[in-house]
Design a protein. Structure first.
Length: 280
């Protein structure tokens, strides 16, 4: 399928190109193109509705409408970013079906229940504190999602040399866990600016587990792809000055095996009896 690129101004207007690496992932035109070509290809989005969580200046809206999406909604908490997105979308997509909402996710989820075919979320999850709540709300509103996350590894900054390569890979791919940071992570907050804030980092396996709890299967194939094409940003790095990010895609799947939660098992005699342990 023929793939159309961004209107150039959507790339040149990206202030994150100026971000020092110590304050997060520095974007380039090629990185922006890579993530959209891989996660939102025309064959996936044609005829579909898209919800963009953390829409920034609506680059994703431009890409999706250029490549056949029929509806786009962006949600952005920073008014400066949302206003720039509106300006650019009005210029390049004046007669198309799009909307940009300036809102926190708490307010958005409380006041909007519309369903979308696809949710795209890049650079947002690590500033959300309750990831179970976050993923549950995403899963309630779509059939497919692509999420960008930050690896939890700050806890090992001072003793990484004690962790074997085998265990490091398990921490990267196979073990569900989480870490918190207090006012140490930077989040882009304005033109050429960031703020220090509290953050929560959930491992890739834990994100997949949370997806499965909500009836979604998941894939890390795109994570392995991005490790090859954006190796400076994507991966779990031993260098404590490199944060390291990952990508997970999820798809609604009736066959997804949900983990057994105690409060749900109480009301499900079949599962309750299967998992029952008689101490005697």
């Amino acid at each position: 399928m023929n793939m159309k690129q961004f209107n150039k101004e959507l790339l040149t207007s990206d202030w994150r190109r100026n971000r020092p690496e110590k304050f997060g992932l520095r974007m380039t035109d090629q990185k922006t193109i890579y993530k959209h070509e891989r996660l939102l290809p025309p064959e996936l989005i044609k005829g579909k509705s898209i919800l963009d969580i953390g829409s920034y200046i609506s680059q994703t809206g431009d890409w999706c409408l250029n490549n056949g999406a029929v509806r786009y909604t962006g949600v952005e908490i920073i008014k400066e970013f949302a206003d720039k997105g509106v300006e650019l979308m009005q210029k390049y997509h004046p007669d198309e079906n799009w909307n940009i909402i300036t809102s926190s996710l708490e307010d958005y989820f409380a006041n909007h229940t519309e369903k979308y075919d696809i949710i795209f979320c890049w650079g947002v999850s690590f500033s959300q504190i309750d990831h179970a709540w976050f993923i549950k709300n995403l899963c309630e509103r779509c059939d497919h999602m692509a999420l960008n996350w930050r690896h939890p590894k700050v806890m090992w900054n001072d003793n990484q040399h004690e962790i074997s390569d085998e265990l490091w890979r398990k921490l990267e791919y196979d073990i569900p866990y989480q870490e918190w940071q207090e006012d140490e992570m930077t989040q882009t907050s304005g033109k050429n600016a960031s703020v220090y804030c509290a953050s929560v980092h959930t491992s890739m396996k834990a994100v997949q587990l949370l997806m499965r709890m909500n009836g979604f299967s998941s894939s890390t194939d795109s994570y392995d792809y991005f490790k090859k094409v954006i190796p400076e940003d994507i991966g779990m790095f031993r260098d404590k000055n490199r944060p390291g990010f990952f990508v997970v895609e999820g798809t609604r799947d009736a066959a997804a095996t949900r983990p057994n939660l105690f409060n749900e098992m109480v009301n499900n005699p079949e599962v309750w009896n299967e998992k029952w342990i008689d101490w005697s």
